[in-house]
Design a protein around this ligand. Structure first.
Ligand code: MG
Length: 452
């Protein structure tokens, strides 16, 4: 069966996949799946938000579901709102960092976590069979309006030492990428006593830079941090579930370093504990977690699966290197606002600059390459490759592709989900070793493909 939901809900171009008809039918499918109940909905700032939200809402209420409309809110605020309003489900209309022509629909379960794959499949099934529930005119659902952003900000503040952060009076440059974070991030920082300078904080829906928080997109942020002598810079993606940071020197802190740094600090605070991250994560995470006597567990790539493993195994922290960080004491989802507050708290408590703090994170080098492989051979080639590696008795992890740990570092070989290729990543303390390891395994895979 064709799949609509990817790792982050449904995404598509407006006018192509994302049409009013699609939105309404998807709303009908979600409402049918739910049966009866209350659904909270919110959007990011995209110019197509009203068209898509109203279409989805129309479909939802046609099945008898009641809808609570929260307006514009970051994805983690919507996730917080689901249990807060005792709703049965949540829907967020967002395409995160994708360009403005995209929009998306993501479903949230009653506990605020991303909907499980099996439940998404049930919704897809209803959608493709068009087996929608229809209620009579007197049972059509109701729409009401509520707000969540202030409550979300207050809830984050309960998770950190506000007094200490306020006392530090940190000077922060904040880039909201013209996204949903415009409605929360400046107010959160201000209430934490920061001196805030904002960039791209008008929620105009068409971002002035691509809202993926990469170094290329954050040049103005870096310039401003250096220009005004700020203590740090921070940036969210379009739906503010991710956060990235710039130190006081204007250096962009790579996502894996923030992940490793926070993992180390939280394990230290907890005097141990389990950190959960994707198998593709840098060894700097494992190194710091182990340094502070914590444990690490690797999962498949994607934050919903990380969140689920964290919940099941009582992880103290988790996340991915793309700035998606999960704080389970608050909620089991990526949370850009919470990440920002936590970084400020650690800086304030330690009375150190961000560059001094991050200097403790070891540096690794990642080399990326790929090799084409026809779709039908993909699995067979992997099986033969894994068998060969097993014979060599290396430490291995096969949760998502295969990761092999060598004395110089690791190599990860993953078949791409969308293209007929294998992605090969290798990481080591120096780039030469990383490249050599990756190219060696690439050669072996090439040989297997040719022989098979
Ligand atoms: Mg996002």
């Amino acid at each position: 069966m064709k799949r609509l939901f990817g790792t982050d809900g449904i995404r598509g171009i407006v006018g192509e996949l994302m049409t009013p008809v699609f939105g309404a039918e998807m709303g009908m499918a979600i409402g049918t799946f739910l049966g009866k109940g209350k659904i909270v909905i919110a959007t990011d700032t995209r110019t197509t938000k009203d068209m898509m939200k109203n279409a989805v809402v129309s479909g939802l209420i046609s099945t008898g579901a009641d809808v609570l409309d929260l307006g514009i809110a970051p994805t983690p605020a919507l996730q917080y709102a689901v249990p807060y309003f005792k709703a049965n489900m949540g829907v967020i209309i967002t395409a995160s960092h994708n360009p403005p022509k995209f929009n998306g629909i993501k479903c949230i379960d009653s506990d605020g976590t991303e909907l499980h794959r099996e439940k998404e499949e049930k919704i897809e099934n209803i959608f493709f069979k068009k087996s929608y529930k229809k209620v009579s005119w007197e049972n059509i659902g109701k729409i009401s309006n509520e707000k969540i952003n202030d409550e979300y900000i207050n809830a984050i503040k309960k998770q950190v030492d506000v007094k200490t952060i306020r006392k530090a009076g940190l000077k922060v440059v904040l880039d909201c990428a013209n996204g949903a974070g415009c409605y929360t991030a400046p107010y959160l920082l201000e209430s934490l006593g920061c001196k805030v300078v904002t960039l791209n904080a008008n929620p105009m829906g068409v971002p002035s830079h691509n809202s993926e928080p990469t170094p290329e997109n954050l040049k103005d942020l870096v310039k401003t941090v250096k220009g005004i002598g700020a203590d740090l810079g921070m940036a969210h993606d379009g739906d503010a579930d991710r956060a990235v940071f710039i130190d006081e020197k204007g250096d962009y802190i790579p996502g894996e370093k923030t992940l490793a740094f926070l993992a180390g600090e939280i394990v230290k605070e907890n005097k141990g504990g389990l950190v959960v991250t994707a198998v593709s994560s840098s060894s700097c995470v494992e190194e710091l977690v182990k340094k502070y006597h914590g444990k690490i567990e690797y999962t498949k790539v994607g934050s919903p699966v990380i969140a689920r493993v964290m919940r099941k195994k009582k992880g103290v922290f988790g996340g991915e290197e793309n700035g998606g960080l999960i704080f389970p004491d608050f909620q089991y989802c990526r949370d850009g606002g919470m990440a920002a507050a936590k970084i400020l708290e650690i800086m304030a408590k330690n009375k150190k600059t961000l560059s001094e703090l991050i200097a403790d994170v070891p540096t690794y080098f990642l080399y990326k390459t790929k090799i084409p492989c026809p779709g039908e051979k993909k699995e067979k080639v992997m099986t033969i490759f894994v068998e060969k590696m097993k014979k060599e008795k290396y430490r291995m992890n096969t949760i998502d592709g295969v990761k092999i740990f060598f004395s110089q570092g690791w190599v990860l070989v993953r078949p791409s989900g969308t293209e007929p290729i294998y992605r090969i990543f290798a990481e080591s303390k120096n780039m030469k070793d990383a490249k050599d390891m990756a190219e060696k395994e690439k050669k072996m895979i090439k040989k297997i493909i040719e022989e098979g």
